[in-house]
Write a protein that binds this ligand. Structure first.
Ligand code: AMP
Ligand code: TRP
Length: 335
C-alpha cells in the first residue's frame, strides 16, 4: 500500500467502451507521475457506466479491460491502488447521503447531463441515475480525502459540484471532507474528435474514425490520422480559432513528444499536412505499441489482475469505511 502521510489523489474511468487517446492524454498519462508524489486511488467506475444502458457481457469485459489498461499505461500497483467501484459499497452509501443535500436544480444544469439526455431513448426517458451521477462522483472523491483529482476538462463542473457538497456538509455537520481541486493537463485537457474539431473526442461517438483507441492497430492508426479532417490551407501552425483541426493534431503531437508548439511548427515549415500526419501516426504507434503489449499480458494473466484488484479494494475499503463512519456519526446515525 502507498505510503501514509502523503496527500491523496483520486480519479476514475468508466468501463463503458473503448479508451481513447483523449482519455490517455487528458487523464491517464498524468497518473503515472502523480502516483509517485501522492497516495493514489484509481478506480474503474462501473457504477457510473450503468447510468447509460450497458450489455452485461460488455460491462464485464470492459471492467477488466480498463483495469488492465491502467496497469499497461504504467500505474504501479505497489504504490497506487487500482480497484473496482462496485467492490466498495461505501461509494453508493455516501452518494445516497449526499443526495439529501443536493438540490435537483444543481444537477439539471450539469453540461454533461444535458448532453447525455440527448442520446437517451424516448422509451427509457431521462434516467434518475444519469441525473444523480455527479453525486456518485462526489462520493468517490470525498471518501478518500483526495486533494487533487486529475481529469480532463469535461469533468471540472462535476468537481465544482463536489467542492460545493463538501463545503455544504462541512458547514452543516462540522469539518469532515477535504475540498478537492481538479488537476488538468495544461495542453491536453480537451482532445477533439478527428472528424469534427468542434466536438470533444468521445467513446460514445458514432464513428470509430473520430477517435484513436488505445488498442487500435498500427494500420488503423495510420488510416485514422490520414483521414482526420484538416483546415483549409496547408500550414502546420497552431491556431485554435482559425485552424482548429490541425491545432488538435498538433496538440496530440505535443502531448506525446513534449516538443513545444514552436519547435513543431519549425520542424514542419514548408512541409505540409501530409508529412506531419505521417509522422504523427508513427509517434502515436510508438507510444501505444508497448502499452498494447503489456495490456495483452495482463489480460492473459487474469489471476494477477484479480489479485491486484482485490488488493486495491482492500486499501480502498480501509480508507473509505473510516470516512463513511465519521460521516454517519456526525449526522446522528445510530451506529
Ligand atoms: P470517461 O471516458 O468519460 O470515463 O473519461 C475518463 C477521463 O478522460 C476523464 O478524466 C475525462 O475528463 C477524460 N477525457 C475524456 N474525454 C477526453 C478528451 N476528449 N480530452 C481530454 N480528456 C478527456
Ligand atoms: N465522471 C468521470 C468521467 O466521466 C468518471 C469519474 C467517476 C471520475 N468518478 C470519478 C473521475 C471520480 C474522477 C474522480 O470521466
Amino acid at each position: 500500500m502507498a505510503e501514509e502521510g502523503k496527500k491523496r489523489i483520486f480519479s476514475g474511468i468508466a468501463p463503458s467502451g473503448i479508451i481513447h487517446i483523449g482519455n490517455y492524454l487528458g487523464a491517464i498519462k498524468q497518473f503515472t507521475e502523480l502516483q509517485l508524489e501522492y497516495q493514489a486511488f484509481f478506480c474503474v467506475v462501473d457504477q457510473h457506466a450503468i447510468t447509460v444502458p450497458q450489455e452485461p457481457e460488455k460491462l464485464y469485459q470492459n471492467t477488466l479491460s480498463v483495469a488492465a489498461l491502467y496497469l499497461a499505461c504504467g500505474i504501479d500497483p505497489s504504490v497506487a491502488s487500482i480497484f473496482i467501484q462496485s467492490h466498495i459499497p461505501a461509494h453508493t452509501e455516501l452518494a445516497w447521503i449526499l443526495n439529501t443535500i443536493t438540490p435537483v436544480g444543481e444537477l439539471e444544469r450539469m453540461t454533461q447531463f444535458k448532453d447525455k439526455i440527448q442520446h437517451q431513448t424516448k422509451e427509457a426517458g431521462v434516467l434518475a441515475g444519469l441525473l444523480n451521477y455527479p453525486i456518485l462522483m462526489a462520493a468517490d472523491i470525498l471518501l478518500y480525502d483526495a486533494h487533487l483529482v486529475p481529469v480532463g476538462e469535461d469533468q471540472t463542473q462535476h468537481i465544482e459540484l463536489t467542492r460545493m457538497l463538501a463545503g455544504r456538509f462541512n458547514n452543516r455537520y462540522g469539518e469532515t471532507f477535504v475540498t478537492p481541486e481538479p488537476l488538468l493537463q495544461e495542453h491536453a485537457a480537451r482532445i477533439m474528435s478527428l472528424l469534427d474539431p468542434t466536438k470533444k473526442m468521445s467513446k460514445s461517438a458514432e464513428s470509430a474514425k473520430s477517435y484513436i483507441s488505445l488498442l487500435d492497430s498500427p494500420d488503423d492508426i495510420r488510416q485514422k490520422i490520414k483521414n482526420a479532417v484538416t483546415d483549409s490551407g496547408n500550414e502546420v501552425a497552431y491556431d485554435k480559432q482559425k485552424r482548429p483541426a490541425i491545432s488538435n493534431l498538433i496538440t496530440i503531437h505535443r502531448a506525446l513528444t513534449d516538443a513545444g508548439f514552436n519547435t513543431i511548427e519549425e520542424q514542419y515549415k514548408g512541409r505540409g499536412y501530409a508529412d506531419f500526419k505521417q509522422d504523427l501516426a508513427e509517434i502515436i504507434i510508438h507510444e501505444l505499441t508497448p502499452i498494447q503489449q503489456r495490456y495483452r499480458e495482463f489480460m492473459e494473466n487474469k489471476k494477477e489482475l484479480e489479485h491486484i484488484l482485490r488488493e486495491g479494494a482492500r486499501n480502498a475499503s480501509i480508507v473509505s469505511e473510516k470516512k463513511l463512519l465519521a460521516v454517519k456519526q456526525k449526522m446522528g446515525f445510530y451506529i
